[in-house]
Design a protein around this ligand. Sequence first.
Ligand code: COA
Ligand code: ZN
Length: 305
Amino acid sequence: MSSRPARVDVREVGPRDGLQNEAPVPVDQRVRLIDALSATGLRFIEAASFVSPTAIPPMAGAPEVMAGIRRRPGVVYSALVPNPKGAELATAAGADELELVVSASETHNQKNVRRSVADSLVGARDVVEIGHGAGLAVEAIVSTAFGCPYEGDVEPERVAQVAGHLLDAGADRLSFGDTTGMATPRRVDDLVDALERAGITSDRIGLHFHNTRGTALANVVSALDRGVTRFDASIGGLGGCPYAPGASGNAVTEDLVHMLDDMEIETGIDLDALVDCARLAQEIVGRELPSALLHAGARTRRYES
Ligand code: COA
Ligand code: ZN
């Protein structure tokens, strides 16, 4: 029998990673989606990002989103931030947790946040200080962790090194972003190996996959085999990265939860409610989303093993 975890935490990132890559959606519709997601049993929702509205127009209005949502007890509403200013704004707006993003590759970091990786790492200390000062956990997200759209392969050792600096800066935990869907099960194993060699164990690792090349769920299974228990996904498969040419949607939340349910891995999430949210997400963006479950009609019935 496998030693896969009995329970995993799924973080919904559609309201941020998803919607940032769509034509701007009005604040009230973003709030509506987040409130619907809050009622599914999801315990972690990335609700907004506090970034330059010139850089990412669809994320404008983040304070209004945070103020408009109906907070459900037990749900953590996090915000992505690129720099100390974002951390100040997110904290003031009432985010429950901060996610600081730094790329493992120079070119992507330069395009994404207009500074070197070294400068982002210096800023990380300030972001942590601001977050901790307000009593918030600060997660560090290492993006381009499985490959960079500009530089190609990124050495797992390099990713582990950036991750180590972020922990040194005081980050409470880590996530690794497959910004452009370059990850495969082999790359997941290679990264987890490199992280282990650097003393970073699976309990401190979260993973964020994009399904650009159809590998997102295969990657999740590989990571489960390595004991990873935190995964990001976006409702309906909304998503991408505006500075990563060709990036498409995230791992699809309902497809992920469906698979985990059938593997008898607990998520605490109601799949039917999630599928309703995927329909709502489609309605809000006005286009068909890549969710497999939504289009398959019915989900498979679990047999007892
Ligand atoms: N939120 C909102 N505004 C911000 C900000 C933030 N986090 N950080 C800086 N700004 C504002 C500054 O106040 C300044 O405003 P002003 O011109 O009115 O004085 C302006 O943006 C320029 O500031 P500067 O520090 O020079 O930023 P920059 O132009 O070098 O851009 C970032 C740097 C990080 C703000 C920008 O590249 C960014 O927001 N990137 C995020 C990209 C992203 O979200 N990618 C997807 C997620 S991975
Ligand atoms: Zn992403």
